[in-house]
Write a protein that binds this ligand. Sequence first.
Ligand code: ATP
Length: 208
Amino acid sequence: MQQIAIFGGTFDPIHWGHLLIAQTALYQVPLEKVIWVPSLNPPHKKAALFEHRWEMLQLATRENPAFTVSLVETNRSGTSYAINTLIDLSTVYSNTHWYWIVGLDTFQTLPRWYRGHELAQMCDWLIAPRQLGGETIAQSELICKQVEQLLRKQSSTIRWQFLNIPLVGVSSSLIRKLCREHRSIRYLVPEPARSYITAHNLYSDKSE
Ligand code: ATP
């Protein structure tokens, strides 16, 4: 049975933190493949055009043969829900043990996701530590245990592990902010993504 992880996100834009997380997951588990799934219409977020986000992902991941960027979200209209993504990908990749890659901030919200308690037990969770408010690794573990308990109340069990990466302070919002302020994003995003942002004049709008 092959082992594949889904890495869902807005990727608005992709940054080095995302790449480090995916690469760590590949070797830590180990996985055959990481499928990057940019959301078409992310719930609760206004984002750059899907075409731009998808293209930047393509450019930034093309050197790694174990990375695939998926168009699965374009098959459905309306809001993108994670459980539908996993169901759709399962029809393409049979005989697969599934993993889901998330940052700690996103994992914390899992009990509130659409059919989150079902999705929780359909795959293993790979959690990237993320600084939420100065907490230590022990506190991050506590946060994950709280999520586990909440899900148990909904009769759901969950398997999770931390990804062994250093804390990375980069976020897409930071990149967008730097662009708005006409400051450099060099070494924060892969070069092809940086060139794409410049060429298409993305994130320069002051209105965000
Ligand atoms: P934004 O700043 O716009 O909220 P983001 O940097 O969190 O964006 P997303 O595309 O929303 O990027 O993230 C996709 C996934 O990657 C989420 O699960 C998020 O928690 C995780 N992630 C992103 N950046 C990091 C980081 N620096 N450390 C750990 N996890 C991260």
